[in-house]
Design a protein around this ligand. Structure first.
Ligand SMILES: [Zn+2]
Length: 564
């Protein structure tokens, strides 16, 4: 078969034609398990950027090239897929995800976890009231995935709305960003929060224009609700069962959106292995360690990389150094625009504490990963990395900065010099543009700076930060390419990247971030056969429609894990 005219006219004119060795050296005489042909394959492999077909055997790509050549590997038992000129890219990787899945499966969801969707306050009240009716009085009724800028009513949820849910149950609605919650009168009463309550350090009880509690409570002020009311008690077995079922459930969601690898922030490691054993783990996991697991690694000499192609111990979980981008508490070197009294965000660690934490993990051969959004926090993290490398030089340590949102030229230079990998927000540029105005264009020009990173040769990767951000890679790619949000606003257009660059960030760079670029991240002979078939080509559709491209099939290790 021949290439279409449009295909040949592309910027990269079938470069694989100049690299026949990519096919020749890997073809063996045995029949393939799977052959996919008649496709527009974007390999993300610099030696041969495009192909028409590939063959898979024992879970790996064994040959990549032209349809006519690859068809020669079809035997009687070979499964074949005629892609009918659809687009194929490597499986997507999300390098920052809070992925237990139990909230999705067992809790009341008052917002859409996956897409931009406006809800009404009425719908929130109705969903919670239904839950209250099957819940004993005095026990908590809670809703999740609320987003204050995705409400049709155009006003803040308040205590009166939640009093309509119940006067007998404490009721809470949690913001998906993870830093604010909304409570009803019963909850406030049980916690002893009255009109005269003082704000504790690191949090607030918010008020309406009359000075009355409006039900919104921020950050650490929420701790007063921890031991009030009653909560459903689960046995150890029930908790374990929920952990397994939650992971199995979220794994299905990942492959539905084309993710084949996800970096998990901790979670139940035993449950993860059980889910895999029972055949319900559909994606590959880079397990980012914290707590007991991190401590056990350090004390027993287990370094990053232990595990296998399905579950591998990755970097540490994000070690938090400052506040949040979406809820406007990240640490800036200048005051937040338009905020009085002047406010520069929250630093949550001293430099000395951070230095000690980084050094200990670094010496133990563990890839360090810190959460830093603001320029002040990024500076602190780099200072700690530089110090640790000086004390204990370790080549190619690849420290990771989760979010790494706001940079400047000096930070960029140091990120490059230390070999640091930034895992920046991806879906925010589409999903959260309604929050960019709080920073303003001057700061947004330096925020989520994918263009700056690529130009400097820094292998930035994609980190959705689910639950705060949706994890759909195509939504992320659309935002990275357009820097335009659901509301039509464009911020920091100077940081746009090309479609090809955005795909690379979401695939090969993700593999690099977990030190697995030799085995995944591109469609290359010898690598794991993880790929996605897309109904349309993101290079040629209207950029504002990239997120709507249908995922036709998600394949991990040669096995179809999702099919539309
Ligand atoms: Zn996070």
């Amino acid at each position: 078969m021949g290439l279409t005219g449009a295909y040949i006219a592309g910027a990269v004119a079938a470069p694989w034609l100049n690299a026949p060795q990519a096919v020749a050296q890997t073809i063996d005489t045995h029949a393939a398990d799977l052959v996919v042909f008649n496709a527009k394959v974007y390999t993300m492999d610099n030696r041969a950027l495009r192909a028409e077909a590939f063959a898979v055997k024992a879970g790996r790509f064994v040959a990549v090239g032209r349809t006519t050549d690859i068809k020669g590997l079809i035997a009687k038992e070979t499964q074949t897929i005629d892609a009918r000129q659809m687009t194929i890219v490597p499986g997507f990787t999300d390098c920052h995800n809070h992925a237990p899945g139990t909230t999705l499966l067992y809790e009341v969801l008052v917002g859409n976890p996956f897409e931009v969707e406006f809800v009404t306050i009425r719908s929130i009240v109705d969903k919670l009231r239904a839950r209250a009716q099957e819940t004993p009085a005095g026990r908590w009724v809670e809703g999740y995935f609320f987003d204050d800028t995705k409400v049709k009513d155009g006003r803040m949820l308040n205590v009166h709305d939640l009093d309509e849910v119940s006067k007998e149950h404490p009721v809470a609605v949690h913001h998906r960003g993870g830093h604010t919650s909304f409570y009803n009168s019963k909850a406030l009463e049980l916690a002893g929060v009255t009109k005269n309550a003082k704000d504790p350090a690191g949090g607030t009880f918010d008020r309406d224009e009359h000075g009355d509690l409006n039900g919104r409570v921020t950050d650490r002020a929420r701790s007063v609700f921890a031991n009030t009311g009653s909560r459903q008690t689960l046995t150890a077995d029930e908790t374990a069962q929920r952990s397994r079922d939650g992971l199995a459930h979220i794994s299905k969601q990942f492959v539905r959106y084309g993710l084949t690898s996800v970096h998990h922030q901790g979670g139940d490691l035993f449950a993860l292995q059980q889910v895999r054993a029972r055949g319900d783990l559909l994606h590959r996991v880079s397990y980012e360690v914290n707590g007991r697991v991190l401590e056990a690694m350090i004390t027993s000499g287990i370094a990053t990389g232990f595990g296998d192609e399905w579950i591998r111990l990755g970097a540490t979980s994000e070690h938090t150094v400052d506040g949040s981008f979406s809820e406007r508490t990240m640490a800036l070197s200048i005051p937040y625009p338009g905020v009085t009294p002047p406010y520069k965000g929250n630093i949550t660690e001293t430099q000395d504490e951070l230095n000690a934490w980084v050094e200990r993990g670094h010496r133990a051969g563990i890839q360090i990963n810190c959460h830093a959004n603001g320029d002040v926090a990024i500076d602190m993290v780099l200072t700690a990395f530089e110090r640790a490398q000086k004390l204990f030089p370790r080549p190619d340590a690849r420290p990771k900065i989760t979010h790494c949102t706001l940079i400047n030229d000096d930070l960029l230079r140091r990120i490059k010099a230390t070999g640091t990998i930034p895992a920046c927000f991806t879906s925010y540029a589409y999903y959260n543009t309604d929050k960019f105005r709080f920073y303003g264009e001057e700061l947004m020009k330096r925020a989520m700076p994918f263009r700056s990173f690529l130009d400097a040769g820094v292998p930035a990767c994609a980190g959705s930060d689910f639950s705060p951000g949706p994890f759909a890679p195509l939504m992320g790619i659309q935002g990275m390419v357009t820097r335009t949000g659901w509301n039509g606003e464009t911020w920091g257009a100077n940081q746009r990247v090309s479609v090809d660059e955005a795909i690379r960030i979401n695939t090969l760079n993700g593999a690099y971030a977990s030190r697995e670029e030799a085995i995944k991240g591109s469609i290359s002979a010898g690598k794991l056969a993880d790929f996605v078939i897309l109904a349309d080509d993101p290079h040629t559709v209207d950029p504002s429609k990239i997120k709507d491209i249908r995922i036709v099939r998600t394949v991990v290790g040669g096995s179809t894990m999702y099919q539309a």
